[in-house]
Design a protein around this ligand. Structure first.
Ligand code: FAD
Length: 513
């Protein structure tokens, strides 16, 4: 007998290589209801937040999501359908209501491995199973199924990239067949259906002069960007991550496909396959971990470890995380978050985060190291929260994984290797173009002083219309002293962790309080 199907979009905001969509449209589907539920957890305006947006999501990522939904709606309409945007509180509650009202026989959605997504989906799954609704929930956000990888590894996630790569082999191919039409949308009864809302309709009427990210959301933009990124076969074949220029902002040194992967506007399997096609015809190409395929495998690695590690997003009760008595200085944290540390390289990156929601990987390294084990000795969870809110590619597994890495809490332990907040950026951008763009207050500072403006004579500061301490802050710490102190504290923390186990973490914490 024919039944109604509901396709529940959360991530996976695309038509291409979308197994949930593919399944939903096939077989005995009479009517298909493609649904997206607006989640107040991420979208409710928070006027107390330090920059426009909700408590968990900066305005740029909200805008990126709305653009992605509008693009998806356009594509669905071309296929004879449309996107039904619903609101009304907790997405699981809303979904359960419409499953009943619309007499759904088949529910399709992409599996989600994040704890929040799993809790939400379990509630819906329970209801659907008890109501006899068929569920199809494929893994398609990642190349591999993290649960399979963990099973292959004897029930534990592999904790090094190398062991992960050895284990996984080739991912499944993307779906080759193009979708040319979809079953019609059914009668939605009394239910209020919205078009894709604008920021204003979500309650962001009063956001003033926000400079929006130059990266636009949506599958169409993702596929265009993928095509452009892969135009130069030589660039793809020779891609080596640590060699890119983190200060390049007019033409970034990497693909900037991360926001599209985050929302699933781009299929990671399609991306992977497109790179492999280029490798096939190249005389030689780089390899993981530095190659472009290697970058996608980093994503998989963090997804797998995150899925298989209880409390992955915190220090406490996280077995793979070193216990370190981080300090809790709100004033220093605020200076870092607001781009007011007095180190132009660090501040320009933090302004890029606020304005664009995206920074190069090594720029992220610089500011994460500075906040934690490099200079300020502030808890990685605090920095993680700022990134989580402001990045347009904000991703639970990858963000937490990289903060664990950069703070030398897990995966990487060479805490003596610290990024200099003055010398590192200068190697790539000696005249300070990046700083001048994101910190216009320093735009006329001569290049000799652009990375350390506090060393400029007063006459030079006056001429540059930027008095240090008045127009731009003095450095909040002395890097030499602070980094030495950080290394000492890291050494002590490691010694406690290594020699004496967790009991000493308590002593160490008491000492720091
Ligand atoms: P490319 O170099 O073009 O790589 C292609 C894709 O590979 C990326 O889009 C991304 O999906 C994946 N990738 C690349 N580097 C990494 C990596 N180190 N770990 C995992 N996957 C990777 N990336 C996010 O997508 N979301 C985050 O929330 C996030 N938080 C980070 C926090 C910190 C402290 C650091 C140091 C890095 C973080 N990254 C995060 C990883 C990385 O910086 C970005 O994925 C990358 O800069 C995105 O730019 P791109 O798409 O041009 O990357």
């Amino acid at each position: 007998m024919e039944s109604n199907a509901l396709l529940w979009f959360r991530k996976g905001l695309r038509i291409h290589d979308n197994p949930a969509l593919d399944h939903a449209r096939r077989g005995a589907t009479r009517r298909l209801f493609p649904v997206f539920v607006l989640d107040p957890r991420y979208l409710e305006p928070d006027p107390t937040a330090f920059s426009p947006g909700s408590a968990r999501c900066g305005i740029n990522r909200i805008q990126f999501l709305l653009e992605s939904l509008a693009d998806l709606d356009g594509s669905l309409r071309r296929l004879g359908s449309r996107l039904l945007v619903l609101r009304g509180g907790d997405p699981a509650d809303v979904l359960i209501r419409v499953l009943k009202e619309w007499k759904i026989g088949k529910l399709c959605y992409e599996a989600d491995t994040e704890p929040y997504g799993q809790a939400r989906d379990n509630r819906v799954r329970e209801f659907a199973s008890a109501s006899g609704i068929e569920i199809f929930s494929p893994v398609s956000h990642t190349l591999f199924d993290p649960a399979d990888v963990i099973q292959k590894n004897g029930g534990k996630p592999p904790l090094t990239y190398q062991s992960f790569v050895k284990l996984v082999g080739q991912p499944p191919s993307p779906i080759a067949q193009r979708v040319t039409s979809l079953p019609p949308v059914g009668d939605v009864g009394e239910y209020e259906i919205l078009g894709v809302p604008t920021l204003q309709e979500l309650g962001y009427g009063d956001i003033g002069q926000v400079e929006f990210s130059p990266f636009r959301g949506g599958e169409s933009e993702a596929l265009k960007r993928l095509k452009e990124s892969l135009t130069s076969k030589e660039w793809v074949a020779n891609f080596e991550k640590p060699k890119g220029d983190p200060s390049a902002f007019i033409k970034p040194a990497t693909t900037v496909l991360s926001p599209y992967l985050k929302f699933g506007c781009l299929s990671s399997r399609y991306f992977y396959q497109s790179i492999q096609e280029i490798y096939k015809n190249a005389k030689r190409h780089t390899s993981p971990p530095v190659s472009l395929v290697g970058q996608l495998l980093w994503r998989e690695f963090f997804y797998t470890v995150a899925f298989g590690t209880p409390n992955f997003d915190q220090m406490r009760e996280n077995k793979i995380c070193k216990q370190i008595p981080w300090s809790n200085d709100e004033k220093l944290l605020a200076s870092w978050r607001e781009g007011q540390t007095g180190f132009p390289w660090i501040d320009a990156i933090m302004v890029q985060l606020q304005k664009w929601g995206w920074m190069h990987h090594l720029a992220r390294h610089s500011v994460a190291c500075f906040l934690t084990r490099g200079d300020l000795f502030i808890h990685w969870e605090k920095g993680r929260d700022v990134f989580e809110r402001l990045l347009i590619d904000s991703d639970w597994a990858i963000n937490n994984g990289n903060w664990l890495w950069l703070s030398c809490s897990s995966f990487f332990y060479q805490y003596h290797r610290i990024y200099s907040p003055t010398k590192f950026g200068k190697k790539y951008d000696p005249t300070g173009k990046f700083i001048r763009h994101f910190l216009p207050v320093l735009k006329d500072m001569p290049k000799e002083y652009i990375y350390e403006p506090w060393t400029a004579p007063l006459s030079v500061q006056k001429k540059a219309n930027c008095i240090i301490g008045k127009d731009y802050p003095r450095p909040i710490v002395s890097h030499d002293t602070a980094s030495k102190e950080c290394k000492k504290k890291m050494g002590e923390a490691y010694a406690f962790n290594n020699l004496l186990g967790d009991a000493n973490w308590k002593r160490l914490r008491e000492k720091s309080e």
